[in-house]
Design a protein around this ligand. Structure first.
Ligand code: GTP
Ligand code: ZN
Length: 218
């Protein structure tokens, strides 16, 4: 099972006061003045590129980029399991629950460029234990807003559902386009990467797995 909380920088390596208690994932480093640090680094990047960070159009850019990073990578300081703890039961429902087309945007951890697409999530409740449909999408959102690999994102969505709902089975399919493949490097826009993971009963039962996979693909 992959770790669901982020590997953040150890407290002692952060200069200044670390805020330990304000994050739902427990004691860890929330670097003080994160926005200021990012903004200074962005200014350095602009200078290194040969730009003039003091020209009018770029004056506010470091601060904007800092706000943007803290927003699109804010899932580092959130525990995805919190949402799934909102549960209720439907004693007579024994079938699979499938939520398709959960749109997400994430950041590839190799290039810090976006990858984005859709996650499709299915689970087979045990004992009628259900979570809210929106909570599945919220879980995807938290895990996507981190520096990620598509494979890890897929695994972590399944792990969060398996851990909190303890269902009989889980399957997650993620399809995404990576800007690091489109804008640079191999320059292959339009390529789609598909990743899947199966846990529990559907891992062992190939007929059931094929049926759910077909439903996830739509
Ligand atoms: N498996 C996997 N690879 C990814 C993901 N995001 C980006 N990559 C790949 O990570 C690899 C990094 O390869 P490197 O050779 O270290 O970096 P690079 O020189 O920038 O590679 P190119 O993209 O081929 O130019 C590239 O092949 C990317 O396509 C992901 O989510 N999953
Ligand atoms: Zn990349």
């Amino acid at each position: 099972m992959s770790k669901l909380t982020a590997d953040l920088v150890p407290l002692e390596t952060i200069r200044g006061k670390a805020i330990e208690e304000s994050c739902p994932i427990g004691p860890h480093s929330c670097p003080e003045d994160a926005a200021g640090r990012i903004a200074r680094a962005v200014r350095d990047i602009l200078v290194a590129l040969g730009e003039n960070p003091d020209r009018e159009g770029l004056l506010e850019t470091p601060d904007r980029v800092a706000r943007m990073y803290l927003d699109v990578l804010g899932g580092l300081h959130e525990d995805p399991r919190i949402h799934l703890r909102k549960q209720f039961s439907a004693d007579r429902h024994e079938g699979a629950v499938i939520v398709r087309d959960i749109r997400f945007h994430s950041m590839c951890e190799h290039h810090l460029l976006p990858f984005f697409g859709r996650a499709h999530v299915a689970y087979l409740p045990d004992g009628g234990r259900l979570t809210g449909l929106s909570k599945l999408a919220r879980t995807v959102g938290v895990l996507a807003r981190r520096p990620q690999l598509q494979e890890r994102l897929t695994d972590q969505i399944a792990d969060a559902i398996a851990e909190v709902l303890d269902p009989k089975a889980v399957m997650v399919l993620v399809e995404a386009e990576h800007m690091c493949m489109a804008m640079r490097g191999v320059r292959s826009p339009g390529s789609t990467t598909v990743t899947t993971v199966t846990r529990g009963l559907w891992q062992r039962d190939s007929a059931a797995r094929a049926e759910i996979l077909a439903l996830l693909r739509g």
